[in-house]
Design a protein around this ligand. Structure first.
Ligand code: HSE
Length: 440
C-alpha cells in the first residue's frame, strides 16, 4: 500500500541477468525502507527478459521478451537498463527517453562509447540518464566526483576498477594460481564480462576510466583516447620479482590533469606495498581521487557482483524518485562534462613520464649488463635497482627498476636493447606509480 501523498512510481527493468536479477531482488527486499526514504512506493510494473524466469517475475503486472515494449509502457516512469551491450540497449534507452521516461543504466560500454549523444538526448527531453553502477560496482564514485568533490579542481584519480582483473592478480600472487583457472572462477562468480577479454585486456577498465575522467575534468567522453593495456602479459615471475623489490602489481586506471594536458591510461602498474591501492584485494575496487582543496580521498568497496551493483542501480532510482516526489519540472542530474568541446589536449601514452620495471630476457654472457646500462644512460634513463638471477637455462632474466623517464625515450632505448645479440625476445615493461601526494 502507498500511504504517501505522491502516487507510486512505476519501474521497468530490461534484462534479468546478474545485475538485473540483483536489482529486482533488492527492490523487493528493501521495498519498505526505500519507500520511506523516497517518500513514495516504487512499484515494479514491467520486466523484459529474453529468458523467462517465472519464479522471480511472479506478481509483476507485465513480463515481456521485448525491451522496447518496456520502453513504450505508459505505466513505467523509470526504466532500468541492465541488458548490457550496444544493441538493442542503445535503441531501448533512446526510445525510453523519447517517451519521457528517466533511465538508469549499468552499461559502461554504452555510456563510455556513445554517452555524449545519449546525454544530449536526455537533456533535450528534460529527463535523467543515470549511470552510477557503470563504474566500480557498489562504490558511489560517480556521486562523489559529481557532488561531494564538486568544489575541487581534480588533479588526478587512479583506481582498481575491474574486479575480475584484481581477483586474478590477487589469486596469482597469494596462491600462485594459474591465470586461466582464476578467470574461470571469476566467470562462475558472475564478476566477468560476457566476453572476458574485456576484463583481462583492460577494455572494461578503460570504459570506466573514460567515464570518471569526463566528470572529473569536465570534458566530453573520449574512450578512443584512453590508452588500454591488459594483464595477460603479466607472469608469475613478474609478480615474484616485483615482490622482491617491495612492490605488488595492480591493474590501474589513471587519469591526470597536467599543464601539458590530460592523461588517461589503463595498464598493469607496480605499486609499493605500503600504498593504499596495494592493499585492495580480490574483487575489491578502489579509487583514489586527488582534489586541490581536499587532497587525496579514497573510495573502496566491492566492484562487481549482483548485490553490489544492484545497490548502485537502486541508488540512482532513489535519486530520480526523490526529484519526482519533490515535483521538479525538469529533474536535474548534471550529466557529464560541463564543456561541450574538448579544449584540453589529450596526451598519447608516448607523452607521459613514469618510472619503469623492465624484465629483459638476456643470454648469460659477460658484458650484457654493461651494454644495457649504457643504452639506458644514452637516453637519460637512470637505474634505481637491478635483479639478476642465476641462469637456470640459456636465458637469464635481468630485472631493472628505472628512475622517472620519458616514455618516448624509453621506447627508443628498449628498441635498441631488444636489437642486441645478447637479448632474446621482447622486454616486459610495467609502469611504476609512486603516487606522491597520496595520504598513505
Ligand atoms: N566485469 C566487471 C568487473 C564487472 O570485473 O569489474 C563490474 O563492472
Amino acid at each position: 500500500m502507498n500511504d504517501s501523498a505522491h502516487p507510486a512510481l512505476g519501474i521497468g527493468i530490461c534484462g534479468l541477468g546478474t545485475v538485473g536479477g540483483g536489482t529486482l531482488a533488492l527492490l523487493r527486499k528493501n521495498k519498505d525502507e526505500i519507500g520511506r526514504r523516497v517518500g513514495t512506493e516504487l512499484t515494479l510494473r514491467h520486466v523484459a527478459t529474453r529468458t523467462p524466469k517465472p519464479d522471480i517475475t511472479a506478481g509483476i503486472p507485465t513480463v515481456s521478451s521485448d525491451p522496447f515494449l518496456a520502453a513504450e509502457d505508459p505505466t513505467v516512469e523509470v526504466l532500468i537498463e541492465t541488458m548490457g551491450g550496444y544493441d538493442p540497449a542503445s535503441g531501448v534507452i533512446e526510445r525510453a527517453l523519447q517517451n519521457g521516461k528517466h533511465v538508469v543504466t549499468a552499461n559502461k560500454a554504452l555510456i563510455a562509447e556513445h554517452g555524449n549523444q545519449l546525454f544530449k538526448l536526455a537533456a533535450s527531453q528534460g529527463r535523467i540518464l543515470a549511470y552510477e553502477s557503470s563504474v566500480a560496482g557498489g562504490i558511489p564514485i560517480i556521486k562523489a566526483l559529481r557532488e561531494g568533490l564538486a568544489a575541487n579542481r581534480i588533479d588526478w584519480l587512479a583506481g582498481i576498477i575491474n574486479g575480475t582483473g584484481n581477483f586474478i592478480l590477487t589469486e596469482m600472487a597469494a596462491k600462485q594460481r594459474e591465470f586461466g583457472d582464476v578467470l574461470a572462477e571469476a566467470q562462475a562468480l558472475g564478476y566477468a564480462e560476457a566476453d572476458p577479454s574485456f576484463d583481462v585486456e583492460g577494455i572494461d577498465a578503460a570504459h570506466k576510466l573514460t567515464i570518471m575522467a569526463s566528470i572529473a575534468f569536465g570534458m566530453p567522453l573520449n574512450f578512443a583516447a584512453t590508452y588500454t593495456e591488459g594483464i595477460s602479459h603479466i607472469t608469475p615471475d613478474d609478480i615474484n620479482y616485483a615482490a622482491e623489490l617491495g612492490y605488488c602489481i595492480k591493474h590501474l586506471g589513471i587519469a591526470r590533469q597536467t599543464a601539458a594536458g590530460i592523461e588517461m591510461r589503463v595498464h598493469p602498474t607496480l605499486l609499493a606495498n605500503n600504498r593504499l591501492l596495494a592493499k585492495v584485494n580480490g574483487v575489491g575496487n578502489a579509487v583514489l581521487v586527488h582534489g586541490d582543496a581536499v587532497g587525496a580521498t579514497l573510495y573502496s568497496g566491492p566492484g562487481a557482483g549482483a548485490d553490489a551493483t544492484a545497490s548502485a542501480v537502486v541508488a540512482d532510482v532513489i535519486d530520480i524518485a526523490r526529484q519526482c516526489v519533490a515535483g521538479a519540472e525538469r529533474p536535474l542530474m548534471p550529466a557529464l562534462g560541463y564543456r561541450e568541446q574538448q579544449d584540453l589536449p589529450l596526451l598519447a601514452i608516448e607523452d607521459i613520464a613514469a618510472e619503469y620495471y623492465l624484465r629483459i630476457p638476456a643470454l648469460d654472457r659477460l658484458g650484457v649488463m654493461a651494454k644495457i646500462s649504457s643504452i639506458l644512460e644514452g637516453h637519460d634513463i637512470s637505474i634505481e635497482a637491478v635483479i639478476q638471477k642465476e641462469a637456470s637455462g640459456e636465458i637469464v632474466p635481468i630485472v631493472i627498476l628505472t628512475h622517472r623517464a620519458a616514455e618516448r625515450q624509453l621506447n627508443r632505448a628498449l628498441s635498441q636493447i631488444e636489437a642486441l645479440d645478447d637479448v632474446r625476445g621482447c622486454i616486459n615493461r610495467i609502469r611504476v606509480e609512486p603516487f606522491h601526494g597520496e595520504a598513505a
